[in-house]
Ligand binder design. Structure first.
Ligand SMILES: CC(C)(COP(=O)(O)OP(=O)(O)OC[C@H]1O[C@@H](n2cnc3c(N)ncnc32)[C@H](O)[C@@H]1OP(=O)(O)O)[C@@H](O)C(=O)NCCC(=O)NCCS
Length: 149
């Protein structure tokens, strides 16, 4: 998918250097972000080449979306879990996430009953604008700060 500024395509191993840079920014911006390794990205791409899609601007990766197959599945249907989506701060509010989600869901909605995700309250409005519908409230007991071995 191409718009005037950004190209959206399936990621490949050559994108990993850029993806790791995005992960650094994501981790420093968001305390709960789990920084992915090269091995994890390669594994994800090997499960399905459509698992990771990237947004390119002037030859550089400026955003990505990543899915995981069958890990949860709402109701009795197999779904695709949208595990991560990240756009570099500098490129936000320019429609990059919209393009990534459009291309990602265009593919996965043909293969799965639906695409699902889990996000923070802060992001709810953004994902509703991108077409997702709210279904559940995620709750935990215990501390998110506690370190366990
Ligand atoms: C969430 C995120 C991916 C959105 O990326 P983006 O490229 O800026 O999003 P888009 O420009 O495509 O915007 C999509 C819609 O959300 C709206 N939107 C985007 N950021 C917004 C914000 N901070 N506040 C309110 N609305 C916002 C846009 O206006 C647009 O709606 P519209 O087309 O009706 O105007 C980006 O903010 C990000 O990387 N955040 C940090 C990582 C994160 O929280 N990821 C989600 C984990 S599940």
């Amino acid at each position: 998918m191409i718009n005037m500024e950004f190209t959206i395509r399936v990621a490949n191993s050559k994108d990993i250097v850029d993806l790791l840079e995005l992960e650094k920014e994501a981790h420093s911006e968001i305390s709960w972000w789990k920084k992915q390794t090269k091995k994890e990205f390669l594994h994800s791409m090997s499960v399905s080449k459509y698992n990771v899609m990237v947004a390119i601007h002037n030859g550089k990766v400026v955003g990505y979306v990543q899915g995981e197959l069958n890990i949860r599945g709402y109701g009795r249907f197999k779904s695709l879990f949208l595990e991560n989506i990240y756009v570099l701060k500098k490129y936000r509010r320019r429609g990059v996430a919209r393009l990534l989600v459009q291309m990602f869901t265009a593919y996965w909605c043909k293969k799965r009953k639906y695409v699902e995700l889990m996000t923070t309250k802060k992001n709810r409005k953004i994902f509703e604008k991108l077409g997702f519908k709210w279904t559940m409230v995620y709750m935990i007991i215990g501390s998110t700060q506690k370190k366990v071995k």
